[in-house]
Design a protein. Structure first.
Length: 116
């Protein structure tokens, strides 16, 4: 099984992502391998816990962009909601979605790191 196949099993739209990378699977995989260092879910939670909502929004918005470009759909959708909720001041609901997304982040990172 390949990294791309496994990520598809985790809900990523890898077909869309590969086409976004001009059908260059090697380039897509190279970009995926940078993702584990970019995963900041725990940092978003830490910023929220310290009352740094603007910083949490900034980090979550960056994550949303990275995840969208790589078509890691479940996490992209979660971060889209988290950013919107934080901007609306609905911190508790944003934290709830973030907590639910952390195990998915761990699965995605584990999948990618397995192929390094």
């Amino acid at each position: 099984m390949s990294m791309i196949t496994e990520l598809k099993g985790l809900g990523a739209d890898t077909d869309q992502a590969v086409s976004r990378f001009l059908n260059n699977e090697a380039l897509y995989q190279k970009m995926l391998k940078k993702l584990p260092n970019s995963m900041k879910g725990a940092q978003v939670m830490e910023e929220i816990e310290h009352g740094n909502i603007d910083s949490a929004i900034e980090i979550a918005h960056t994550m949303k962009g990275i995840l969208g470009n790589l078509s890691i759909t479940p996490l992209y959708e979660d971060y889209t909601k988290i950013v919107a909720l934080l901007r609306e001041g609905n911190v508790d609901e944003a934290k709830s979605i973030l907590v639910e997304s952390l195990p998915v982040e761990e699965q995605v990172v584990a999948c990618i790191e397995k192929y390094e």
